[in-house]
Write a protein that binds this ligand. Structure first.
Ligand code: KG4
Ligand code: ZN
Length: 337
């Protein structure tokens, strides 16, 4: 691939893979703006409704891009390229960002850059200092994925462990639903866990071979436990919410960390990072830092705003692709998985 020698590289990046409509401007690798519009409409349904997500992206995309351009103090004519999330994600949601980016790139006669959402979560580590050095391991934990990725270069990676059923974010959200909390419940479990005792209740750790994860059995054991307790005391969840959140979060984190530790021992890599929405979890961030101190790891976690879905991570990945001259044609299409 040819190196791009253009001096001032200004890219508009769009993220629309799930239920956040986001836009970001990046100039020469420095983020100028990062705007996210979260779709509150899904809360009442207890999860993301794909049809409604696509519709909300359609309504939000123009204002969100306008705000991102204004906040960065730039206009469309100054842009060097347009980037968008190509997948994985919800097809209807991805289509909005893809079509918008294609039209804009075509009308401005500038290159189009397609970005893999999961790769972008990992490349969020290159937005700010300190940055991990290659090779590094990244535990990527989101609502749709849970993977241990071995990164040997920006766009060269190997998935060495993954969930065989639910993703970690999905497990947090499902557990929250069992605790009668609204969607998305992950951040709420995090919030209440701070007020509870993680040793209050114990749930069996999943016994899964290799570096893989499993969360569905845990969810079932939480369900049966709550059903039993609620039969004896219908106020059990209300009365014990903080302790339940702390204990459930503790169990999830223990499982996540166990495989990450094994991955570090197996590969000999001590550059260890977290990415994806669940890396916003206070308990998981603390566990990584704590384990890192014990094991001599260098640990890396992106700032909160770059952990959950955002367009700055798409912009960072796009900047790196621009340098390689890695562009899409205008007949490109998104992929769901
Ligand atoms: O990466 P992300 O924003 O979207 C996807 O690509 O899926 O991740 C969203 C997931 C949701 O399941 C949400 O509940 C979870 O990340 N999440 C959290 C926290 N913040 C977001 N889970 C636990 N603790 C948090 N603080
Ligand atoms: Zn994500």
């Amino acid at each position: 691939m040819t190196a791009n020698l253009q001096k001032d590289i200004l890219i508009l990046a769009i993220e629309s893979s799930c239920d956040d409509t986001a836009a970001s401007l990046i100039r020469n690798g420095i983020i100028l703006s990062n705007k996210v519009a979260t779709q509150g409409i899904h809360e009442q349904y207890g999860g993301v409704v794909p049809e409604l997500a696509g519709r909300a992206h359609q309504q939000n995309i123009v204002p969100v891009v306008d705000i991102a351009l204004n906040n960065a103090g730039v206009n469309l004519q100054q842009l060097s390229a347009i980037a968008f999330t190509k997948g994985p994600g919800l097809m209807g949601s991805l289509m909005v960002g893809c079509s918008f980016a294609k039209s804009l790139a075509q009308s401005l006669q500038i290159p189009l850059i397609g970005i893999n959402h999961m790769e972008a979560h990992v490349l969020a580590h290159f937005i700010e200092n300190p940055k991990p050095s290659f090779p590094f391991l990244c535990l990527t934990v989101s609502g749709g994925h849970t993977q241990i990725v071995k990164m040997t270069d920006y766009f060269t990676s190997e998935i060495i462990g993954k969930t065989i059923d639910d993703a970690a974010g999905e497990a947090f959200d499902k557990a929250a639903k069992l605790l009668q909390l609204p969607y998305p419940g992950g951040p709420l479990i995090d919030k209440f866990a701070k007020l509870g005792n993680p040793e209050s209740y114990s749930f069996p750790q999943p016994n899964i071979p290799n570096l893989d994860y499993s969360f569905s059995g845990l969810k079932t054991s939480i369900l049966y436990f709550l059903q039993k307790e609620m039969k004896e005391n219908p106020q059990f969840i209300n009365e014990e919410l903080n302790n339940l959140c702390a204990s459930i979060q503790h169990t999830f984190i223990k499982h996540l960390m166990k495989k990450l530790i094994a991955a570090s021992i197996q590969t000999g890599i001590k550059e260890i990072s977290l990415a994806g929405g669940v890396s916003a979890n206070t308990g998981l961030r603390f566990a990584l830092e704590n384990e890192g101190k014990k094991r001599g790891w260098n640990t890396y976690i992106p700032a909160f705003e770059y952990c959950t879905d955002n367009a700055a991570m798409i912009a960072m990945a796009a900047y790196l692709k621009f340098l390689k001259g890695d562009f899409e044609t205008l007949n490109t299409a998104p992929f769901a998985r």
